[in-house]
Design a protein around this ligand. Structure first.
Ligand SMILES: NC(=O)c1ccc[n+]([C@@H]2O[C@H](COP(=O)([O-])OP(=O)(O)OC[C@H]3O[C@@H](n4cnc5c(N)ncnc54)[C@H](OP(=O)(O)O)[C@@H]3O)[C@@H](O)[C@H]2O)c1
Length: 245
């Protein structure tokens, strides 16, 4: 029986992944900012499938507590096979341009805290010789754009960090998976006008579940985003900087 820990276990995308793991009766430990939201998620999952679900409160900005919180989650499950890091925030870019302290806070949530947790988790997996760490980054981290470069730079830093970590651990039994979703209709994007490029959380959750089970290195979800980002990355900078993206 798989043991799965999810940081950001109440995120709309993560919940879809959790439902799929619960169907195979994996044991789950879910962590998020608010225990009350996790309890709602737990009720929803338990109503569909019989599995054990543990809950823990967790604030990504409490860097000092990362090691201890992870150890607590492992202890509750009696081990761990898969860790998914799924929390995040989508800050207002114009606000970030005017307030350096808010910008640093958001960068800490979406970038540095993920790097800190990935360090803790991967060291554990390296010691036991196996395990899968999957982290939700974003296509926004593939190229800086004026509409969201604070968020994008934190996701870009995360993706690059994971690439190095994967390189370091390639000869061990540890898988490091970078998940790059495109735009997804969730509470995070509730205020954004929707277009045909938006996916449903359910489909993205299924893509993440498959990427974890197939041990992919980098998964664009849905897959067409790989082509979209390839084209975007090929645009020469002198043209790209004048584009309204
Ligand atoms: N939605 C998209 O279009 C999209 C696209 C690409 C990548 N992603 C990434 O996918 C992941 C999941 O996003 P989502 O769309 O499912 O978002 P969501 O439903 O808004 O969930 C985000 C979760 O992160 C939690 N969180 C925020 N700050 C936290 C902190 N300091 N410590 C611990 N937890 C914290 C939130 O808790 P509260 O609600 O209580 O604040 C919430 O449960 C994120 O990493 C996001 O960046 C999303």
């Amino acid at each position: 029986m798989k043991k799965v820990i999810v940081f950001g276990g109440a995120s709309a995308i993560a919940v879809e992944v959790e439902k799929l793991f619960a169907l195979e009766e994996a044991e789950l430990c879910l962590l998020d900012l608010k225990l009350s939201r996790l309890e709602t998620v737990k009720k929803d999952i338990i109503a569909r499938s019989k599995t054990r679900i543990e809950l823990l409160e967790f604030n990504a900005l409490d860097f000092e507590a990362h090691q201890q919180t992870f150890e607590k989650a492992v202890e509750l499950l009696g081990g761990v096979d898969i860790v998914l890091i799924a929390y995040g925030t989508l800050p207002n870019q114009s606000e970030m341009e005017q307030d350096n302290l808010k910008a640093i806070r958001e960068f800490n949530v979406n970038g540095l805290s993920v790097i800190s947790l990935s360090t803790v988790v991967s060291n554990y997996f390296e010691k036991v010789g196996k395990g899968t760490l999957a982290v939700i980054s974003s296509v926004a981290g593939d190229r800086g754009r004026k509409s969201n470069y604070l968020y994008g730079s934190a996701k870009g830093a995360t993706s690059l960090f994971l690439q190095g970590l994967r390189n370091r651990l390639s000869s061990t039994g540890v898988n490091i998976i970078t998940i790059k979703p495109g735009m997804v209709a969730t509470p995070m994007t509730a205020n954004m006008p929707k277009s045909f490029l938006f996916s449903k959380a359910e489909a993205v959750g299924r893509g993440i579940y498959n990427a974890i089970n197939n041990g992919k290195d980098i998964a664009y979800v849905p897959g067409f985003w790989r082509c979209v980002m390839l084209v975007i990355k090929l645009i020469p900078e002198f043209i790209f900087k004048k584009m309204n993206l």
